[in-house]
Design a protein around this ligand. Structure first.
Ligand SMILES: Cc1ncc(COP(=O)(O)O)c(C=O)c1O
Length: 398
């Protein structure tokens, strides 16, 4: 193998992520014992269909659209009319003054993140992630040639530990990734939290005489369940913010790979950053996001799949697990529950859960050991069927 392939890439490709590994195991178990006996909470694949507007838009485009333009290349940064529709929507919803030229269409949040990180990557740069965090951040940050710096959130409620955050800032800090609503904790950061983070970052920008960015990773923006939960739009509170948005979860389109990067006009080095985003998109091959699904965006932006089932699932799981003796912090958004494992070693706990055909993910790769992630974007019936297994698992520890 010496000198044949890139060793880092080989390591990433040959070792499947724990989540994928468990998902594959689940498929094998389903073949062995039947789908009704396996409780697969491993993956964040939306369980509700895309809203009707997606089907209607697709039908309209396929039946009446120009078949060459429909499947043809768009501009590298995305079709201008699509980017304008995104700008109009953001301006109307969040009181911004964006234009089409602030948007770069991408293949979902994953591409948005890796393109943004590559665009910002400079020598010795560090990117702060707030643990628990989406494990791919570490892959994307390292691949972009930067150092991933973990700052733990409070165990109490998975909110920001401001003192730890401030202590992690230094002259090399380039960015912090903020993911609210959060995968895996479901925590939502309030306006007060965002304002405090912004004040700390502004002070650090001044102290070190450099730009420090927030990368707002927002695939779960619309997934909040209570009327009082508001997800602040971070560019309204901090100028140097890049928004990485995806339609994967809001419109239940994860396989279609569609999202965008927004470089708001207030970003201090706006043109440099936007062109670096275009350059990173080019260097990484993320040009011309899927054309058909770009065209869906103006026809469906602002709409969502029926997200009510996630709230129902959250409520059933939270009350049952609490009753069985698990420590649960009720999530305000996204579709994950982050629960304290009943022994210190979360991986060992997940192995015991597997014996009940409960497939849950150990938190080690989220940078927050001792917990498990339960993805509740599944059918309510499966949740209900799984409850005796959760109860039996808890009893093993009594
Ligand atoms: C926090 C977070 N960021 C990014 C992504 C990637 O999303 P996408 O499917 O849009 O690439 C995910 C997917 O689950 C996620 O949970």
């Amino acid at each position: 193998m010496k000198n044949t392939v890139n060793e880092r890439m080989y390591a990433l490709g040959s070792k499947r992520s724990e989540i994928r590994e468990l998902f594959e195991y689940g498929k094998k178990r389903i073949a062995e014992v039947g789908a009704e006996n396996v409780f697969d909470f491993s993956i964040g694949n939306p369980s509700v269909p895309a809203p009707d507007c997606v089907k209607e838009a697709l039908t309209e485009l396929v039946m009446n659209g120009d078949p060459v333009a429909l499947h043809g290349y768009t501009s590298a940064q995305g079709d201008a009319a699509v980017r304008k529709a995104c700008a109009d929507y953001i301006n109307k919803t969040h009181g911004m003054n964006c234009t089409a030229d602030d948007f770069y269409m991408t293949c979902g949040a994953a591409a948005s993140l890796t393109v943004s990180l590559n665009a910002l990557s400079t020598e010795n740069a560090e990117v702060i992630v707030l643990a628990p965090y989406f494990p791919e951040y570490k892959v994307f940050i390292t691949q972009a040639g930067m150092k991933c710096v973990e700052v733990k959130c409070s165990e109490e409620d998975f909110q920001v530990d401001f003192a730890a955050f401030e202590a992690a800032l230094n002259e090399n800090t380039k960015a912090v990734i903020i993911n609210s609503p959060n995968n895996p904790s479901g925590a939502v950061f309030s306006e007060e939290t965002i304002k405090k983070l912004a004040a700390i970052l502004e002070k650090a920008e001044e102290k070190y005489g450099k730009d420090i960015f927030i990368i707002a990773d927002e695939p779960y923006r619309e997934l909040v369940y209570d009327a009082e939960t508001v997800v602040p739009f971070i560019p309204n509170f901090y100028a140097n913010t890049l928004v990485c948005y995806s339609f994967s979860k809001s419109l239940s389109l994860p396989g279609e790979r569609i999202g965008y990067i927004l470089v708001p006009p207030a970003v201090k080095a706006h043109n440099e950053v936007y062109f670096a985003v275009c350059g990173a998109g080019r260097a990484l091959g993320f040009v011309c996001a899927p054309a058909l699904f770009q065209k869906i965006v103006p026809m469906c932006i602002g709409k969502t799949a029926d997200l009510s089932v996630y709230k129902k699932n959250r409520d059933i799981l939270c009350s049952a697990l609490t009753e069985y003796g698990y420590r649960v912090v009720k999530p305000d958004g996204a579709f994950y529950l982050f629960v304290k494992a009943l022994e210190d070693d979360a991986r060992a706990f997940c192995e015991k859960a597997k014996a009940h055909d409960l497939l849950i993910v150990a938190s080690d790769s989220f940078g927050f050991p001792g917990y498990v992630r339960i993805s509740y974007c599944v059918s309510t019936q499966m949740i209900e069927r799984s409850l005796p297994a959760f109860e039996a698992l808890a009893k093993e520890y009594k």
